[in-house]
Design a protein around this ligand. Structure first.
Ligand code: MN
Length: 643
């Protein structure tokens, strides 16, 4: 294996690594193909199986990379929820296959890899375990650029021995001097605070791809002048189509490293094309040191691997880049998500409206930096506004009577952090209606997690010894971890299955080889499927290493019963339905309860957001039509209140 920058990091530590980066001629590249590219294009669905296959090639062919981004962001929970694989095992597997290139991950400051604030000791322990599992460079950001949140993540990374790449989330347009909020002074001041707080590398995280080439020139040259010694690393998305141009400007203005995705996984909401950047800088003083031929071979692998993920393609609805991102500023990953959600909700024709409303929602919230989780708050509010036919103005007028998404309420309480320009009034007061407000760092007062007690409890619950990394997965995502653990005990290591078989199963007579450990292979052939029995199961016959076997498998699709529910009566104020399709998480009242207006009735989880539904009138709970766990369509009757 040819030596890469990781050798410098292991020998000289993060400070030595930063020095070596500054002294490298040309511009360095971070390959995002293993993380952000598929998070942006394929709903984060790429499996370890397909990453591991090409990892040795990357290790041998691209040792000059600044880093290989392969962890964090949405990969952590998607691995457990949808791929039924352990995110830590992915990291460990890739580390063995790529010992020479620094690994890079995205860390949401005090949110770790989750969506809420965790006690500080969880963030520290997370970073410690990540470094031990093979992580090197941590891009630490906060969705409001709230420094106290950033510092928790930065200090945790530093203590664990990782490279602290402190990221400024970029929004607005520094080349437009009429824009007051996120101007050059704002970014320079923030950069100064992060450098003083101990950053080894300074990152500009342009999560939506709104950094225009001219803005890139202005911002990066100003940072370069002010901080001659610290490496500058820039991340962008190609949503508008100007990604390559912007990255070339960054390199010219003095950035040390830029992010790109391999050609066949680049463009649109993903990163700009690696091949295009490599070719554009060939034989200039900014040469990347990578060969275009090698990039093309790498691209060929992904071109075919990508086809396995066709069902998750954002390209089924997205056909081109779109410069309206400069208006709505939706981050790359969220853009594909929102589009997918709009289509699956039957709001496909309303996607334009959702985008427009996203801008309105952002302004209503005071013009925020939009990246997970603040982007979700804006997105939740935007969808809420579309569903309830609200404008920025009527939203404020009617705020006191509306049941806002939980994420919006928590944001207004200060549970995410403090936005740089304060909270919007009178909206905040109207949303909170007397609920408690928090001024400081949200994680500050959280009780430390008792890790050992949690481990003991989990081991008892799941009936087996667990690793520390499992306890950490649970700390970040309790429900997702528990479901994953139950699944893995029941079905075994499904991450070893080839991808097509994993997603769609075997056809009759099809055979597949599964390598469960080195040199240990199972040959599985599906022979036949029996009829559906009364329990909703089928007997499935297959050949396993030459032996006939059969098992009963529940056919979830065939046994699903179809239920239609009564609808809430339009115009009847006590007939309270689900405002959006979703699942009832909790019913807060019982039949016969007396309620006054605005009493919370139930909690609905819809499209990854939670909302509390209040009663608009006082009265008595006459009947509860949908219990906890019920999946409702929009308009399904949930509770009747008799005035
Ligand atoms: Mn990104």
């Amino acid at each position: 294996t040819p030596e890469g920058l990781r050798a410098v990091l292991l020998k000289d530590g993060p400070a030595g690594f930063a020095k070596a980066v500054r002294n490298t001629p040309g511009v360095l590249i971070t390959d995002t193909t293993f993380r952000d590219a598929h998070q942006s294009l394929l709903a984060t669905r790429v499996r370890t199986y397909d990453l591991a296959k090409v990892a040795p090639f990357v290790s041998h062919t691209f040792p000059q990379l600044f880093s290989l981004e392969n962890w964090g962001g949405a990969t952590f929970d998607v691995a457990m929820r949808f791929l039924h694989e352990c995110p830590w095992e992915r990291l460990e597997t890739l580390r063995k296959l790529v010992p020479n290139i620094p690994f890079q991950m995205l860390l949401r400051g005090a949110n770790g890899v989750g969506y809420s604030n965790y006690p500080d000791n969880v963030v520290y322990k997370f970073c410690d375990l990540a470094v031990k599992s093979g992580m090197d460079v941590f891009r630490v950001f906060d969705c409001l650029n709230y420094v106290p949140n950033l510092v928790v993540g930065m200090e945790a990374v530093g203590k664990a021995g990782g490279v602290i790449e402190a990221a400024i989330s970029y929004t607005g347009d520094v080349s437009d001097t009429t824009r007051q909020k996120y101007n050059l002074e704002y970014y320079l001041k923030l950069a100064d605070e992060l450098v003083k707080a101990g950053a080894h590398v300074l990152a500009i995280k342009d999560m939506a791809g709104v950094l225009k080439p001219e803005a890139a020139r202005i911002l990066i040259s100003a940072l370069r002048d002010k901080f001659p010694d610290i490496p500058i690393h820039v991340h962008t998305h190609d949503t508008s189509g100007a990604g390559v141009a912007a990255m070339l400007e960054c390199a010219k203005a003095g950035a040390d490293a830029i992010d790109a995705a391999v050609d066949s996984m680049s463009g649109m909401t993903s990163q700009p094309s690696l091949g295009a950047i490599v070719a554009s800088l060939e034989r200039t003083k900014l040469d990347t040191g990578l060969s275009l031929d090698d990039v093309s071979r790498y691209s060929a692998y992904w071109e075919s691997a990508r086809q396995l993920y066709a069902p998750f393609e954002c390209a089924t609805t997205m056909k081109s880049g779109n410069a309206d991102v400069y208006k709505h500023e939706i981050p790359g990953g969220q853009y594909t998500n929102l589009q997918f959600q709009a289509f699956s909700l039957g709001l496909g024709d309303k996607f334009d409206e959702v985008k427009h409303m996203y801008r309105e929602a952002n302004l209503a919230l005071g013009d925020l930096i939009k990246v997970t989780p603040s982007s979700k708050i804006v997105g939740d509010l935007a969808q809420f506004m579309v569903q309830n036919k609200l404008t920025k103005e009527t939203l404020v007028d009617r705020a006191e009577d509306l049941s806002f998404p939980k994420s919006v309420v928590e944001f207004m309480q200060g549970l995410v952090g403090q936005p740089p320009y304060g909270f919007p009034e009178p909206l905040r007061t109207k949303v909170l209606r007397g609920k408690e407000k928090f001024d400081g760092r949200p994680g500050e007062k959280l009780k430390p997690l008792d890790f050992e007690a949690s481990k003991k409890d989990l081991e008892e619950r799941h009936g087996r010894k667990l690793r520390d990394v499992d306890v950490m997965s649970h700390a970040m995502f309790p429900k997702e971890f528990d479901e994953f653990e139950i699944f893995r005990q029941k079905y075994g290591p499904v991450d070893k299955l080839p991808t097509r078989v994993f997603f769609s199963g075997l056809d009759v007579a099809e055979q597949t080889d599964v390598e469960i450990e080195v040199g240990k292979k199972l040959a599985i052939q599906l022979l036949a499927e029996g009829k559906l029995n009364a329990l909703g199961e089928r007997e499935v016959f297959f050949d396993l290493n030459g032996q006939m076997r059969s098992i009963y498998v529940k056919d979830n699709e065939a046994s699903k019963d179809i239920v239609t529910r009564p609808k809430a009566l339009p115009g009847v104020r006590g007939s309270i339905g689900a405002p959006m399709p979703g699942e009832i998480l909790e019913v807060k009242v019982k039949e016969g309860d007396k309620v006054s207006p605005k009493t919370p009735l139930f909690v609905l989880s819809a499209m990854k957001m939670e909302m509390i539904i209040d009663t608009p009138i006082g009265g008595v709970i006459k009947k509860i039509h949908a219990a906890k766990g019920t999946k409702c369509a929009a308009g399904d009757l949930v509770i009747e209140v008799e005035p």
